[in-house]
Design a binder for this molecule. Sequence first.
Ligand code: NAD
Length: 352
Amino acid sequence: MHRFTYNGLPSRVVFGQGTLANLPAEVDRLGLRRVLVLATPQQEADARALAERLGGHAAGIFAGAVMHTPVEVSERAVALARELGADGTVAIGGGSTIGLGKAIALRTDLPQIAVPTTYAGSEMTTILGETAGGEKRTQRTLKVLPEVVIYDVDLTLSLPAALSATSGLNAIAHAVEALYAPDGNPVVSLMAEEAIGALARGLPRVVAMPRDVEARSEALYGAWLCGAALGSVAMGLHHKLCHVLGGSFGLPHAETHAVVLPHATGYNAAGAPAAMQRIARALGADDAARGLHELAQRIGAPIALRELGLRESDLDRAADIAARDSYPNPRPIERDAIRKLLGNAWAGNAPG
Ligand code: NAD
């Protein structure tokens, strides 16, 4: 017996190679005349090239996006948008830059065009995580969903192999948790299984040959579906652990997802057998958690939290924080079992 609720999100997606050429038309379609272009300092050159494409429709550039969307940075960007009379934003970059576009939209309602260059998936969600006073808080609101997303495979060719691997596993984590989400539904599950398969096929080829356009296309297609899954349903233990490790211990976002994913999947295995079957099938593996661990090793992703700078003495506190709040998860949140999971992930052991 099927029983579910399905909520579609209103966003327009343009996908392909060379699709950045569509940007002026998309800006026109939204009726924008003066957009503010957003980027990280590392991608300022991309922002300049993009602004040139827009000619007089680009009001200026803010190349100050940083990870975890600190409110001070967002407020500076909002001030610049107001000073320039911007009527929209174009964010070119990964989750950090797209997060800045969302933070501006939250405060100003300016329409957004997102041009993702990693596999993080933020462009497809109504989620915004912001940091203030050293604490990261997350909210879901339609106000921050980008109106238009332009996926251009060419823009991902420069994503270094190591970041491609960890960012790809970050994407897979969304699909894995979507498959056992309490508010899951058949459409999202189809997307999630297809996404895991596309990334599992694409990532090894991307890492071996970062400029292979077909492999990049497969990986970015998978990442889009993962982002859509993340945007549609609730996330569980895996995302909670990564939020704790990033927010309270300063661990890097994509790398942390890469290390934790096989362990969180192993923790939930008995609680979500049908999801595990679909994950394993998509990976072409016998077991979901082991399949993810093998994929991570094959693409050279980090496999131990200690490699990311977490101290062994932090594990107890991390387990305490992760076990403190309640959140949806197929297996109950048990503090000691989570401490064990974290210990294994810290040491780089195979998932339990
Ligand atoms: P990122 O955006 O911080 O990018 C990492 C680095 O790679 C940056 O220096 C960036 O400029 C560079 N880079 C990006 N694309 C590149 C390319 N194609 N070529 C060369 N360099 C490139 O990393 P991320 O993992 O994409 O995003 C992480 C952030 O996104 C975190 O703050 C996370 O919380 C957030 N996030 C939010 C959501 C959401 O739904 N709200 C989803 C996923 C991630």
